[in-house]
Each structure stands twice: as structure tokens, then as C-alpha cells.
Design a binder for this molecule. Structure first.
Ligand SMILES: Cc1cc2nc3c(=O)[nH]c(=O)nc-3n(C[C@H](O)[C@H](O)[C@H](O)COP(=O)(O)O)c2cc1C
Length: 315
């Protein structure tokens, strides 16, 4: 599963892992440890109660600070450190981290070497295909990464300048796969098991990484695994499976964030689950008015066990 700030928190990672994602990286966390006291950062740091391998993503641009942050996360239980050089978010770019770093190959090398030297767990890297259409330097960065001791490389098939516009392209990813010996994960616009197979076949990548298509649809991992292993997509999940997965996800959210914040974050995820249904609008409206965690759970059972689920798309 691709790291997504505001989406791939601990409760959602646990659900996706149970449903077949073999690796689920945390939301990015700043390498600036002075900010880790905030509630938001504390909730994003490594957690001992997550299934192995626990992968924490760091964002930052100062080698020693990244190295210290990596060390501290390993002390707290991280088993993989992932470095974010793929995020175009303004907040990150202002501090010259994320995909902005792709412009400065010398600094990329320094950061990667510093982090690799600081920890004795695998360090992975996530990038885009380059800084802009004219500067698709993924191949240079990939070679720098392998030389620095990076153990796996995820590539989102867009440049930083593309943000989320247009379609992802997989030619750059294929050219990196050809040159590197470490595993490459192909990412971008993979929405179905068939997409996953096509991208794997086309790029030769070791794995696919799924982001937005998992929002409200964690079953996608099971479906992709089944399609890749056996060539068939399993039946859509039954009502009871759907409601059991969603309610255990929502209960985990209540526990992780506490009641006040948990109720609000639960609304966001239930909104995504319901978006995948063709007749969920009225339920969504009612759910968003609930202010009590138990009421949220009860209403999920009432809705999902009393309806014929009609998925908008293959779920
Ligand atoms: C809401 C959102 C938050 C994201 N946050 C991160 C992040 O924290 N770190 C990161 O490396 N990429 C982040 N990304 C990029 C995704 O990991 C992924 O590369 C991108 O969504 C393309 O994959 P997809 O087409 O499967 O969604 C984010 C994307 C979205 C939509």
C-alpha cells in the first residue's frame, strides 16, 4: 500500500495488511523531531502493536536530521525506514523536502547515505519520475539510491510538476527496472487487478503499490493477489464481511484517536467506503450526524445488513 497522509494511519494499515497488502508504509512524518510532541506526529510514529514489517516514512532534507529521525523511529519499533522524495505537497516543498529534492542529486546522495549508515534496518525510497517533464531524472536517482544502499525503490509514474494530472506513465519505471538490481515497486493509477497485472508485465517491477484505489476499498489487495496468483478475481465481499471489516476498522479508529477525533476520522473513512456504493448517499448523511462511537457502529450494522450492496465499481 502506498503511503498517504490522512489515509494510511495505523488502523487502516492494519486492515489493509489483513486483507492482503504485504507492505503498508506509514503516512509521512517530518524528520524534525522538535515537532514530534504534537498529537498528530505522535499518532504517526512507529507503533509496537503493528504487524511486521513496520515501515515508517520520513520527510526532510537535512542529512543528519533525517539520520537522527530514522534512528529514533527504529528505537520506537520501525523495521523499515522509507524516505519520501515523491510528495509534491506545498507544506513539504516549502521546506525543500519530498519531490523537490529530486532537483538536487548531490543532496539526495548525502541524505540516503546518512540514513542508511544510521540504522541497521532496511531503508527504502519513494520518488516520482523526476522534477518536471523535461527533467525526468528517476534513472539517475535510482542509481544513486542503489549505490547508497537503498533496499527497494517505489516510483510514482508522474513528475513533480504533474502533481496528479494526466495519466501515470510506466516507461520510466520500466527503464529503471532494467538497470537496477534492487526491487522496484510500480505506482500510479493502478485501480484494478487487471491494471496491476498489466503494469507488472509492462515494467517488470517486483511489486505494485496501490494508493487511492484502496481508499474505501481495502479488499483490492486480496483481489489483486488472487488475480495474480490464480487469474481470477474473487467474488465481491458479502454483506457480513463488509460490515465486519468496516466496523472493526472504525472501532480501531476510535481506539487510536480517542472518541472526539475518532468520530470525525471515522466519518471520513465511512464516506470513502460508501462512495464505492451506488446507493449510499442517505446513509452517509445520517452517519455524519452521529456523535457517539457506539451509535456509529450500530448504524453500520443496520445499514449494511439491511441492504443489497450495489458497488459502483468492482470492489
Ligand atoms: C491523499 C494523499 C496523500 C498522500 N500522501 C503521501 C505521503 O505521505 N507520502 C508519499 O510518499 N506519497 C504520498 N502520496 C502519494 C501516494 O503515495 C501515491 O504515490 C499516489 O497517490 C499515486 O498512487 P495512486 O494512483 O495509486 O493513488 C499521497 C497521495 C494522496 C492521494
Amino acid at each position: 500500500m502506498a503511503p498517504m497522509a490522512g489515509v494510511t494511519d495505523l488502523p487502516f494499515r492494519n486492515i489493509c495488511r489483513k486483507l492482503g497488502a504485504s507492505l503498508a508504509t506509514s503516512e509521512m512524518i517530518t524528520s524534525d523531531m522538535s515537532l514530534w510532541g504534537s498529537k498528530k506526529s505522535r499518532q504517526r510514529l512507529a507503533h509496537g502493536n503493528e504487524a511486521s514489517p513496520r515501515s515508517i516514512q520520513l520527510a526532510g532534507s537535512i542529512p543528519e536530521i533525517m539520520a537522527n529521525a530514522a534512528r529514533e523511529n527504529v528505537r520506537q519499533g520501525a523495521e523499515i525506514i522509507d524516505i519520501n522524495m515523491g510528495c509534491p505537497a506545498k507544506k513539504v516543498l516549502k521546506r525543500a523536502a519530498g519531490s523537490a529534492l529530486l532537483q538536487d542529486e548531490g543532496l539526495v546522495a548525502l541524505i540516503l547515505k546518512a540514513v542508511v549508515a544510521a540504522v541497521d534496518v532496511p531503508v527504502t525510497l519513494k520518488i516520482r519520475t523526476g522534477w518536471s517533464q523535461e527533467n525526468r531524472n528517476a534513472l539517475n536517482i535510482a542509481i544513486i539510491a542503489e549505490d547508497a544502499g537503498i533496499k527497494a525503490l517505489a516510483i510514482h509514474g508522474r513528475t513533480r510538476a504533474c502533481r496528479f494530472l494526466g495519466n501515470a506513465e510506466y516507461d520510466t519505471i520500466a527503464s529503471v527496472v532494467e538497470v537496477l538490481s534492487i526491487p522496484v515497486f510500480a505506482n500510479g493509477d493502478i485501480l484494478t487487478p487487471q491494471d496491476a497485472k498489466q503494469v507488472l508485465d509492462y515494467t517488470g517491477a517486483a511489486a505494485v503499490m496501490i494508493g487511492r484505489a484502496a481508499q474505501g476499498n481495502p479488499w483490492i489487495f486480496k483481489q489483486i493477489n488472487s488475480y495474480l496468483d490464480q487469474g481470477v478475481t474473487p467474488n465481491e465481499p458479502s454483506n457480513s464481511e463488509v460490515v465486519n471489516v468496516i466496523s472493526s476498522h472504525i472501532e480501531a479508529i476510535h481506539k487510536h484517536y480517542g472518541t472526539h477525533l475518532g468520530i470525525r476520522i471515522a466519518r471520513k473513512h465511512v464516506g470513502w467506503y460508501v462512495n464505492a456504493l451506488s446507493d449510499g448517499k442517505e446513509f452517509r448523511r445520517q452517519f455524519f450526524q452521529l456523535e457517539d462511537p457506539e451509535e456509529q457502529i450500530k448504524s453500520l450494522y443496520k445499514f449494511f445488513m439491511g441492504t443489497t450492496i450495489k458497488w459502483n465499481k468492482a470492489a
